[in-house]
Design a protein around this ligand. Sequence first.
Ligand SMILES: [Cu+2]
Length: 122
Amino acid sequence: MQMSKRRFLVLAPMSVAALALGLAQAKPARKEKVIKVEARKFRFAPNLIELKKGEAVVLELTAVDFPHGFSVPELKVRADLVMGKTVQVRLQPQEEGQFTFLCDNFCGSGHEEMAGTIVVKA
Ligand SMILES: [Cu+2]
């Protein structure tokens, strides 16, 4: 797999400067799709996430019972999930395919089963 195909974009926060310039009524520069994902022993819900190629999304991850990890090795995305806090992960997949995500913080017997799939379609 080529490096360029693996790239994903981390989106900048909406420009505060634009608002200061009186553009508050303008449409937001970017519209991100928000997908909530819950992590608990030993599964993610949902464990199937379907995305469109090039679509900007925010995964809002919540660890329910343990400080799990969230990793998508092929998309070079990972985050530590903190209990009681929503952790945002932004991505914009540039490649179609199926990408496994998993918990990479050992959370007990069953940890190895804690995984899911991101499906990216055109
Ligand atoms: Cu885990």
